[in-house]
Design a protein around this ligand. Structure first.
Ligand SMILES: Nc1ncnc2c1ncn2[C@@H]1O[C@H](COP(=O)(O)OP(=O)(O)O)[C@@H](O)[C@H]1O
Ligand SMILES: [Mg+2]
Length: 490
């Protein structure tokens, strides 16, 4: 039943004329008449006023919302298809695709009719979005009511994050709710979103989410839909509470990496010495983002120089400089890593700086405790936070590893931190000398107090019995000088 018909019925039940209703809700009699006859569409405000004036307890409001949502406007008469294009030269991921097929495509009776929900998690640039898009494009036909794509932009340049509520509103529009007709109350918006998805077969892709709560706000309620989520976070809660199937994405295999380079790097690389392609793949940590950027950057060099360039990329810091398209922050390994690092709390960030460069071969919790100067339980907790953020991986119980690119990035941060600390020490020294009063120390500024706290932090004073690995000896330590290969200028 349309909103207009329901309105007329409720009005007549109350013995109200159009004039009477018009006086109660302050809309003209003519306008109300056209709404009842279906010639005009009611606004949310009018529907709400009618609902209240006629004591309809939400019936009119919901008739209005469902009607405006289901009405096939010219713009939305086709099911939504919001997927952005997939990655070009998509390579490998056969096993992962099979796993996705198993988890996402078929409704599993063992799930008790709940919505299939798959979480693809992994480190920055490992190819989560590329895999989700690949699968979604290939399987879109199985979802006759369309595909929604929510890019939450949680890990990205400042200001790129989208609130789940904004994503939900965009979803309502994609499902046919006209702009301005969405409920004002967030809970009502969420309820309408779920009502519109119920009974439909829609694939919902939630990309680049940071927390389980963000994802929950966008989950359909009834079976029929399938949800794919990508995140750098392992979202333990989404698995534990919402029954998400986790697919933890690893870097490509060496063979897949070489194949991707062969497809995307300049043809000269294929003619380079044997071993150059696989060495480059190794330098890039088999990480698709790094491989794609390296392939692009190599195109600036003449074929004869490629062997030498790849050799120079064995230096971690030169590598990070190289893996950076200066005009595009989304094509920079350093920037991609920084969006994960920037979300860490202070303690976890410090743990990453100290552990990351030294954990290329894995580091036991006991060593981390010594390095950080904290009890083992606290070190274990911090390492677990880093693992939950895919900045460390668990290689054996109580032992964590940091991959080479992330390790190089952590080393860079640690060196920067040390430089800042030294500069802070020098400026404090100078200011205490210039104050001319050595008997009575002047009050410390907030910044200085913070600095002292950092200096007295046990970075340089590991607890007895534990030796901190010096940064310069660390496997992924940053070199003192930079030798980023630069292409010839002519
Ligand atoms: N399997 C793949 N084949 C080819 N390119 C890929 C593959 N996986 C990822 N890429 C490319 O690597 C880059 C990073 O991938 P992306 O999916 O954005 O990473 P993530 O979402 O894990 O941060 C993108 O440019 C993407 O096109
Ligand atoms: Mg992504």
């Amino acid at each position: 039943m349309t909103f207009g018909v329901t309105l007329r019925e409720r009005r007549l039940e109350q013995g109200l004329s159009l004039t009477g209703l018009s006086k109660l809700i302050h809309y003209s009699k003519g306008h109300l008449s056209r709404i009842e006859s279906g010639d005009k569409r009611a606004s949310e405000d009018l529907a709400r006023r009618c609902d209240e004036a006629l004591g309809a307890r939400g019936e009119l409001l919901s008739a209005h919302r469902t009607g405006s949502a289901r009405r096939p406007s010219r713009r939305t008469s086709r099911p939504p298809f919001q997927l952005p294009p997939g990655a070009s030269h998509f390579t490998g991921r056969h096993e992962e695709t099979d796993a996705l097929d198993a988890a996402a495509a078929r409704p599993d009776p063992a799930r008790g009719g709940s919505v299939p929900l798959v979480l693809i998690d992994g480190k920055p640039g490992v190819g989560k979005t590329a895999l989700a898009l690949r699968w979604a494009h290939r399987n879109a036909a199985a979802f006759p009511d369309g595909v929604l794509f929510h890019d939450l932009g949680a890990y990205g340049p400042a200001g790129s994050a989208v609130r789940p509520d904004e994503a939900l509103t965009a979803g309502l529009h994609a499902l046919g709710v006209e702009h301005g007709a969405e409920p004002a109350d967030p809970r009502e918006r969420a309820a309408l979103y779920r009502s519109l998805l119920s009974g439909r077969s829609v694939l919902v892709v939630i990309d680049n989410a940071a927390s389980a709560d963000e994802v929950r706000a966008l989950l359909p309620g009834a079976p029929g839909c399938t949800v794919l989520v990508t995140s750098r976070s392992r979202m333990a809660g989404l698995v534990a509470r919402d029954g998400a199937e986790r697919l933890s994405l690893q870097p490509l295999s060496p063979a897949e990496s070489s194949l991707l380079l062969a497809r995307t790097a300049p043809s000269g690389l294929r003619d380079a010495c044997s071993g150059t392609v696989s060495a480059l793949a190794e330098h890039c940590g088999l990480l698709p983002l790094a491989l794609r950027i390296a392939a692009e950057r190599l195109s600036a060099f003449p074929p004869g120089q490629l062997d030498g360039v790849v050799r120079e990329l064995g230096e971690p810091e030169a590598l990070l400089d190289f893996l950076d398209c200066p005009d595009d922050t989304t094509a920079s390994v350093r920037a991609a890593f920084s969006w994960s690092y920037g979300r860490l709390g202070e303690d976890a960030a410090r743990a990453f700086r100290l552990i990351g460069p030294r954990a290329g071969a894995g580091m036991p919790v006991t060593d981390a405790a010594g390095l950080l100067g904290v009890p083992e339980a606290a070190a274990a907790r911090l390492m677990e936070v880093l693992r939950q953020n895919n900045l460390l991986e668990l290689t054996a119980p109580g032992r964590y590893r940091c991959d080479s690119l992330l390790g190089a990035y952590a080393a860079e941060l640690a060196v920067r931190d040390q430089r800042r600390t030294r500069a802070g020490a020098r400026s404090m020294d100078a200011s205490s000398r210039s104050s001319g009063n050595t008997d009575r120390p002047r009050r410390l500024s907030g910044d200085e107090r913070n600095f002292v706290a950092r200096c007295t932090h046990p970075i340089s004073r590991p607890r007895s019995g534990r030796r901190a690995v010096p940064l310069t000896k660390a496997r992924h330590s940053a070199p003192p000088r930079r030798r980023t290969p630069t292409p010839p200028t002519t």
